[in-house]
Design a protein around this ligand. Structure first.
Ligand SMILES: Cc1cc2nc3c(=O)[nH]c(=O)nc-3n(C[C@H](O)[C@H](O)[C@H](O)COP(=O)(O)O)c2cc1C
Ligand code: SF4
Length: 646
């Protein structure tokens, strides 16, 4: 077998695992709103177990209803009424020889009063997280003692339900982690001050679980290797904490990083490479004899194998990789790496969960919908479906249609597949999008789709093919506002830049529009030694962008010296640059520039769609051609249209 280490059996205390692949905890909002285990959450986990995962750690599970509600719909372990549901979940996972731990959690100061009926959020000390903006009240000593008992009850419920172990969530700035951190814990009672006192809350939880569930009941503790917060819990604290936990009989340490204030180190945006934080797990592993689990932005099997080979960690935790492809383990085991649908680290999954919605994945339309989108009907019977446009929507549709037994005939006017996603992969640090496009292309070629590059068939040609259906996924065209000077030679679009039809080096550039594409293209231009100014008509840079993605790119743009000007509306382009209006005080602004680049979004042309509808019985308009959206919407539209074709 190619990945010997990855598929070696693992040992956590007395528990054996079939391999070294772990699915770390990920909130889903799939359980019932009263914490019930339902078929949705069971199928979601079951698909990952069936897909080859060795150990599943459930999402954050509530132990306290007063101040401890983490997400609107989450698993609960604070009452015996939850035992039967958790038992059903554990039983289904065990059918695949996969182990399951329940993650016990309290959000602490990283909660919002709206989640707890307006009550004030609670933490070790009245120190506000800037990411939350709500002042927590200091928990009383008795309250902390009571909370210890709630975690112990949670573990006992997990054990009674047949779970293989529990994980105490002591990372990410949540309640237990915030007691460990000198930045968020300035208490003067027995739970604050010295390392020993800050550690006491966690130590009492572990001690209580071991005493009541038995020494052999496996306990994992998830800690931060580094909070990356000034004055916070750092690597030295992590090493010391891990060693102390081993002394208490903890069976495995799960090393993560970050708090909500440094959220991009918990769930990394696309710019973070595989393994960037492996030094944290490596340092903890050196300090203990018990096994270490860690997430290290692991996407590819050879990288996972390398981490195990180098002794960085004993188990590889792949969160989003298994959202994107529940079959990650089986495909790696079979040596079919190119069939693994890669996570592109776009953060769409967590954005929706934090907005109180069900988990989703941009590249896997079935994620979170496992019970709804069951098997594809294989009734294509060799009928031809013409697909116009080879971006993610067109390719995903081709993939699903081919699985169903249709013959997809895909036309792409560019010399390569990928559409606008191919352009999105051009700016720096976007290689994961290329991985995804390579996966899609590999899949549709292997499944036998007919692919025609650099071809745009006209109506008569399409008719001549006598297609059963026509899917149009041709993408939109750039919006160019009718302003004076806009047709000048010094004006181009982001598409011109990313397709390299226009090359700009060591010039003054004004980027008009600060959406994701505008900012990423600004970075691309800044890398080419241009002096870039981004103007945005709206009051905030990056309208509609998910804040962690925005923080990530803006941090890099600042390093390049890119100037960002919100509330600045383009009025005219001149030979010398742009004339704009300050939207706050309506004064005129002039910005000198050699090149003006427009990033004002895309629009679709409904004419061609109308023509198709008039000429064919079954027409689906997908991706940007129907509604301008992101990869997630394109993939979802492609999947649904192809699976629903009757
Ligand atoms: C949608 C989502 C929900 C998450 N919820 C949790 C959680 O409930 N508990 C936890 O410890 N970490 C949670 N995390 C963090 C992951 O466990 C993991 O550390 C992170 O995604 C980085 O690893 P990855 O690149 O393999 O996904 C969540 C991550 C995502 C994407
Ligand atoms: S939504 Fe994006 S970040 Fe989340 S698992 Fe899917 S591809 Fe990865």
């Amino acid at each position: 077998m190619k990945y010997q280490r990855l598929f070696e059996r693992g040992q956590i205390g007395c528990l054996e695992t079939k391999n070294r692949i772990v699915m770390p905890a990920m909130g889903t909002n799939l359980p019932g709103c009263n914490g019930e285990v339902n078929e949705e959450i069971i199928r979601y986990y079951e698909e990952r177990a069936e897909g080859g995962c060795g150990l599943i750690i459930t999402e954050i599970t509530r132990v306290d209803d007063e101040t401890g509600i983490g997400t609107p719909c989450q698993l609960c372990a604070n009452h015996i009424r939850y035992i039967p549901g958790l038992e059903r979940l554990a039983r289904r996972i065990h059918r695949y020889d996969t182990r399951i731990f329940l993650q016990l959690h309290h959000p602490g100061r990283e909660n919002r009063s709206k989640f707890i009926d307006g009550r004030q959020i609670a933490g070790p000390s009245p120190i506000m997280s800037s990411a939350i903006g709500e002042m927590p009240r200091e928990m009383t000593t008795e309250e902390v003692e009571g909370m210890v008992k709630k975690f112990i009850i949670g573990a006992n419920i997990a054990k009674a339900a047949g779970m293989d172990g529990v994980e105490i969530h002591a990372a990410h700035g949540y309640l237990v982690g915030s007691f460990l951190s000198p930045q968020s814990n300035i208490r003067t009672d027995k739970y604050g001050g010295s390392f020993e006192n800050r550690f006491r809350f966690l130590a009492e939880i572990v001690g209580g679980i071991k005493a009541s569930c038995g020494k052999k009941f496996p306990v994992s503790v998830r800690i931060d290797g580094d909070e990356f917060v000034p004055g916070g819990f750092g690597l030295e604290d992590a090493v010391k904490t891990a060693a102390a936990l081993e002394q208490l009989g903890v069976d495995v340490i799960n090393v993560s990083a970050g708090t909500y204030e440094t959220v991009n180190t918990i769930i990394e945006p696309t710019s973070y490479p595989q393994g960037w934080k492996k030094h944290l797990a490596a340092a903890v592993k050196k300090a203990v004899h018990i096994p270490v689990i860690a997430c290290d932005v692991i996407r590819k099997p050879d990288f996972a194998e390398q981490l195990l080979e180098e002794g960085i960690q004993d188990f590889v935790a792949l969160g989003r990789a298994q959202l994107a492809d529940p079959q990650w383990g089986n495909k790696a085991r079979a040596g079919k790496e190119e069939e693994i649908r890669p996570c592109i680290s776009c953060l769409y999954c967590i954005e929706d969960v934090l907005n109180g919605k069900i988990i989703k994945c941009a590249v896997n339309a079935r994620c979170g919908r496992e019970t709804e989108l069951t098997g594809l009907s294989k009734d294509g019977a060799g009928r031809r479906v013409v697909i116009l446009g080879g971006g993610p929507a067109g390719m995903e549709a081709a993939r699903v249609l081919a699985i169903r037994g249709f013959i997809p005939v895909l036309f792409e006017k560019q010399p390569v597949l990928g559409g606008s996603a191919r352009l999105a992969a051009v700016p720096p640090l976007k290689e994961k999008i290329t991985w995804y496009l390579e996966y899609l292309e590999h899949e549709i070629r292997t499944l036998g789709a007919e692919i025609h590059l650099e071809r745009e068939p006209d109506l008569e040609e399409i008719k001549a093919m006598e297609p059963y259906a026509v899917f149009s996924a041709v993408g939109g065209t750039n919006i160019i506002p009718p302003l004076p000077g806009i047709q000048g030679e010094n004006v181009c679009t982001v598409t011109d830049i990313l397709r390299k039809r226009v090359t700009v080096k060591e010039k003054n550039v004004v980027m008009v529009g600060s959406g994701m594409t505008g900012l990423e293209t600004a970075e691309f231009l800044a890398e080419q030694k241009n002096k870039v100014t981004v103007i945005e008509m709206l009051p905030n840079i990056g309208p509609g962008m998910y804040t962690p993605n925005l923080i990530d790119i803006v941090t890099r743009l600042k390093k390049y010296g890119v100037t960002l000007i919100p509330s600045c509306k383009l009025c005219e382009v001149t030979k010398a640059g742009v004339k704009a209006e300050n939207m706050k005080d309506h004064t005129a602004v002039e910005i000198p520039a050699d090149q003006i680049v427009l990033s004002l979004g895309v629009k679709n042309d409904p004419t061609f769609s109308r023509v198709l509808r008039e000429n064919f019985e079954r027409v689906c308009i997908l991706g940007d051609a129907s509604k301008v959206g992101r990869i997630a919407q394109a993939v979802q539209a492609g999947y649904e249209a192809a699976s629903d074709l009757r």
